[in-house]
Design a protein around this ligand. Structure first.
Ligand code: 6CS
Length: 344
């Protein structure tokens, strides 16, 4: 289904739904890139609960999970076009639409401590003042950024070195920087929407993919792989975006309310994703007793860190514009957050 058809269908849906909505002043549509029970869906459900409660039902929120309106890249287009008001737009897929966002996908960059990471993602100037301008230029308001967990490789054989990846077709998300990252790591990367990953692994068209534990479990990738490799190189992050015109047209009262909802949800989701990721590892090991977990040693991890060193410069070269300045500001924000956390 192309975007125009999808927008037409949404318009019909809105018209048909008007009678039901007559008691409400507005209905905000929020599309996520994941399925029921996943981190983004839990976030959207809590967003809905808080918005409806705090507006006393004057605003309702309708949630669409993955596939209902299209894939990850379709959701961004629908939000920028104003067909829906909110969506998740993860940097792993947003790189062709807002190229500067790929700074968030650079490995070995974000702080390792949960506290400092949460701080940077919630407050960083680089994100909310600088990068936010690149979102605005594309018709999107950057509402928030949050982590979804450590990226873990699910593979069909043990992997500890770049040489182990030589014959591995490795599925990555669709942002161009990820192809560069996995080439540097020694793999043969392939970009795909996640809906095609289970079948690809099953048919051996790809031999590995990377995602946080909760997602590997819920998409059942652990059924068609045999090893979970903890590299400790990067966190999965996602952004929530709003349509920029919708945001600009909001009353001051709604903007204040949304700012409070955003702050409350940040605490909620940081704890929720941690809890879910830990439970998923347990569950996968129970489901598939043949699954083996590999944790790279610090020396093995360093090999990948060295491989990744040229990546930041490559990104700045590919994206150009203000990306270099955003990256430098992000490093400054990270150092400040790490210092504050250490001092406590
Ligand atoms: O691998 C992916 O493409 C998907 N992974 C997560 C954790 N969320 C949505 C995303 O599209």
């Amino acid at each position: 289904m192309n975007i125009a058809t999808r927008i037409r269908r949404l318009a019909v849906g809105v018209t048909l739904g008007l009678a039901a909505l007559s008691a409400a002043a507005a209905d905000w549509k929020f599309a996520v890139e994941e399925g029921p029970g996943d981190v983004q869906t839990l976030y959207a459900e809590e967003f809905k609960r808080l918005v409806e409660e705090r507006t006393k039902g004057k605003v309702t929120v309708t949630i669409y999970t993955y596939g209902q309106l299209g894939n990850e890249n379709d959701l961004t287009e629908l939000t920028a076009a104003g067909a829906i008001q909110f969506s998740n737009a993860s940097p792993g897929h947003l790189g062709t639409f807002v190229p500067e966002v790929q700074v968030l996908s650079l490995p070995f960059l974000l702080p390792e401590s949960d506290k400092a990471k949460g701080d940077v993602l919630s407050n960083s100037k680089a994100l909310y003042e600088d990068l936010a301008k690149d979102f605005t230029a594309k018709g999107l308001k950057l509402f928030t950024v949050y982590p979804e967990g450590e990226m873990i490789w699910a593979t069909k054989k043990p992997v500890r070195t770049p040489e182990d990846l030589g014959d591995v077709k490795f599925r990555v998300m669709t942002s161009p920087i990820l192809i560069e990252q996995f080439k540097l790591y020694g793999a043969n990367p392939v970009a795909l929407p996640w809906g095609e990953v289970y079948g690809g692994l099953q048919m051996n068209v790809i031999q590995a993919q990377v995602n946080p534990a909760f997602f590997i479990e819920s998409a059942k990738f652990h059924e068609v792989t045999s090893h979970l490799v903890h590299v400790g190189d990067v966190e999965y992050t996602t952004t929530v975006v709003a349509n920029a015109d919708f945001w600009d047209g909001l009353s001051q009262e709604h903007r204040t309310l949304l700012g409070e909802v955003r702050d409350d949800l940040q605490t909620f989701i940081l704890a929720k994703q941690r809890e879910k990721n830990a439970a998923s590892i347990e569950k996968m090991l129970k489901d598939n007793p043949n699954l083996s977990v590999i944790k790279l040693t610090p020396a093995e991890r360093d090999v990948f860190r060295q491989r990744a060193e040229p990546l930041a410069q490559k990104l700045v070269g590919m994206v150009g514009g203000r990306s270099g300045q955003i990256l430098e500001q992000l490093k400054t924000d990270i150092a400040a957050a790490e210092k504050t956390t250490e001092a406590k």
